[in-house]
Design a protein around this ligand. Structure first.
Ligand code: GTP
Ligand code: MG
Length: 276
């Protein structure tokens, strides 16, 4: 079934039609591409207005020749990001595209990406997330997956380990990132240095275990996933990465998203419901 469209619902053993009916109110998105894809690595690229970046980043990933399916979750970007992805689907058969009706936030883009990969006939073993704005270097993907192959469940590409590099970040962004990380460290207490990094690799086992507990709309998804992994005693590790500030396109980090992040962090209870 090449270049087919599918209405995807949260991972379920139901037929498409049943799942569509049951879950319409929760999640409904059309996936374009080869749904029979069978790849070891599923890569989620969330995009909103990344027309100046998307083609180059996809080509860089393709050049690595990993067993990857690339899933772009685009929120109907008015700059035509999804049209560029459709053009690239004609060249590469490992690209999936899910276009959502409007800007719905990074958090729901990532959880929808998890659900889409879970619902494939051949789900990937490893799921990588990264930004589409060249802040993360695809060449670091193999380094990120390696600990998961050795038994870890979550590997974070950290900007704050010995060997990490941050390029072209102003003092304000550094300060926001530091404060967000200190707060997250205080409320979650996992032994890691970068709670907000968007470059990660998850095991499919961890994703299945936590998916129903992920409710973040925006950037707080990054710490919510770490919190869920930590509460469930899944093994978390980090590797140092090089992070480069975006050169093209605009940041989507708005005051609203920072406020959502702060209120999520302050509302965190360290104990899961079943331990209260
Ligand atoms: N689908 C979707 N993607 C989003 C949304 N918000 C951000 N993204 C994507 O998520 C990734 C990270 O967003 P950025 O705007 O780069 O956020 P940031 O890295 O914190 O900000 P910068 O440092 O300015 O780059 C990028 O690939 C964005 O296009 C959203 O609401 N929906
Ligand atoms: Mg960015």
């Amino acid at each position: 079934m090449k270049n087919s469209k599918k209405s995807c619902c949260p991972a379920s053993s139901k037929t498409d039609e049943e799942a569509k009916t049951v879950n319409d109110d929760i999640f409904h998105v059309t996936i374009e591409g080869n749904l029979n894809i069978n790849s070891e690595i599923g890569l989620i690229l969330p995009t909103y207005c990344e027309a100046t970046n998307i083609e180059k980043i996809i080509r860089e990933i393709e050049k690595l020749n990993l067993k990857t399916s690339i899933l772009v979750i685009d929120d109907s970007s008015p700059d035509g990001t999804s049209e560029i992805v459709r053009k690239m689907q004609k060249e590469y058969d490992n690209i999936l595209l899910a276009v959502r009706p409007k800007k719905m936030g990074l958090g729901t883009a990532i959880t929808d990406g998890f659900r889409i990969f879970m619902s494939l006939r051949n789900p990937p073993k490893y799921v990588v997330t990264m930004d589409a704005d060249h802040s993360h270097d695809p060449k670091e993907i193999p380094k990120l997956i390696s600990p998961i192959k050795q038994g870890y469940h979550l590997c974070i590409g950290s900007r704050y380990r010995r060997g990490s590099i941050i390029k072209n970040w102003g003092i304000m962004r550094r300060a926001i990132s530091k404060i967000a990380n200190l707060t997250a460290k205080f409320v979650i207490g996992a032994k890691i240095s970068d709670y907000t990094s968007g470059m990660r690799c998850y095991s499919m086992g961890l994703i299945k275990s936590m998916i129903n507990e992920l409710h973040s709309r925006t950037y707080e998804i990054q710490i919510e996933t770490i919190r869920q992994a930590h509460l469930r005693k899944f093994k978390i590790t980090e590797i140092p990465v090089t992070f480069t500030n975006r050169k093209k396109g605009k940041s989507k980090l708005s005051i609203n998203e920072i406020t959502d992040f702060i209120s999520y962090t302050l509302s965190i209870n360290k104990k899961p419901k079943w331990q209260k």
